[in-house]
Design a protein around this ligand. Structure first.
Ligand SMILES: Cc1ncc(COP(=O)(O)O)c(C=O)c1O
Length: 349
């Protein structure tokens, strides 16, 4: 079975496991795990920030970042399909009393001017004040969309003067960096807090990192402990992250090339379901609205033929390449998925 459901399904390689087994460890709640400390310092430096905190998940890194920027009763703005609002199960509201307001973002695209028009900073005491904007780069449910640097800069220039902070959900910022060549620190410099995941395309079994100022990270550490994220000898996990940074960043370009092959094959079979030119990273999304096709049924048929893809709701089919998908795997996907689409389209015609 070729598993294209997500880039979270990768298994650690033998070399990564060896690095984990050899890791020096200590009690990270005491700040004494040298491998965690090394990972935090390295990721903070890569993103051009003062400090970092290791978290078990991207969700926790996002939520810690957001809560350092937004007070209870204030609001966060984000896209309607952002992971923080669609897949973190109301965490900002449930855990931090934060209101979220969304902008509509076809394919995950960002229009800084439109977002700025939604902002209502300093609206208290009678109304909800906008405290932060969250941007996702690359945008997962949008189809691995890269948010152009110029648009991020524009948003920064519009938010900064009015005191609205910016959080980057950079679970797949590595992919944006490899696809565009924009340095990680250039992205990082536009944001007050940035979360990055080691457990997606980089292939670590677990782990994310939040970077920000030293002051915000020390507050994030308190909240990490409070919600049960204070871990002990987790150098064993941080070592996987360090290994991934050394060995698995540049290879993301291979994932991107394989995804483009799949996107081109799908577009040839079913033009209109996607724009293959828009597929630039490791995610391809097919928009089935108005076609009569049902994502769950297509995913089931693909799985019966050895290719697992995700149905995101009724109308969206997603395939994601990663470390555990090679050229043979993508070749199989390029045969199966377009054929399943063609048969399904013929059936509904
Ligand atoms: C864009 C984005 N942000 C955050 C996360 C959360 O990561 P985790 O599953 O580690 O909580 C994901 C997970 O897929 C994601 O795609």
């Amino acid at each position: 079975m070729i598993d294209l459901r997500s880039d979270t399904v990768t298994k650690p390689t033998d070399a990564m496991r060896a690095a984990m087994a050899a890791a020096e460890v200590g009690d990270d709640v005491y700040g004494e795990d040298p491998t965690v400390n090394a990972l935090e310092e390295r990721v903070a430096a890569l993103l051009g920030h003062e400090a970092a905190v290791f978290t078990p998940t991207g969700t926790m890194a996002n939520q810690l970042g957001i809560r350092t920027l937004v007070a209870p009763g204030q609001e966060l703005l984000c896209s309607d399909d952002a992971h923080v609002v669609r897949a973190e199960l109301g965490a900002a509201a449930a855990l931090a009393g934060i209101t979220t307001r969304t902008w509509s973002a076809p394919a995950g695209r960002l229009d800084a001017g439109r977002v700025a028009a939604m902002m209502r900073p300093g609206a208290g005491p009678h109304f909800v004040s906008t405290a932060a904007v969250a941007v996702e780069n690359t945008h997962n449910f949008g189809g691995g969309t890269i948010i152009p640097l110029a648009e991020l800069q524009r948003l920064h220039d519009l938010t900064q003067p009015v005191g609205v902070a910016m959080h980057l959900d950079g679970a797949r910022l590595w992919n944006a960096h490899v696809a565009t060549g924009v340095p990680l620190a250039t992205y990082g410099g536009l944001f007050d807090t940035v979360s990055v995941c080691l457990s997606k395309g980089l292939g670590a079994p677990v782990g994310s990192v939040l970077v920000s100022s030293a002051e915000r990270i020390s507050r994030a550490r308190v909240w990490r402990k409070r919600i049960g994220g204070g871990m002990r000898q987790v150098g064993i996990l941080a070592a996987a992250g360090l290994y991934a940074l050394d060995h698995h960043v540049q290879r993301l370009a291979d994932d991107h090339a394989r995804t483009r092959r799949l996107a081109a094959a799908c577009a040839a079979a079913a033009p209109g379901l996607l724009d293959p030119q828009a597929t630039r990273t490791n995610i391809v999304v097919l928009d089935l609205r108005g076609t009569g096709l049902v994502a769950g049924q297509l995913a089931q048929t693909c799985a019966q033929q050895g290719v697992a893809v995700s149905a995101l709701g009724r109308h969206t089919l997603r395939a994601v390449t990663h470390l555990d998908v090679d050229d043979d795997g993508i070749e199989l996907a390029c045969r199966v998925v377009p054929a399943v689409l063609t048969q399904a389209i013929d059936r509904v015609a």
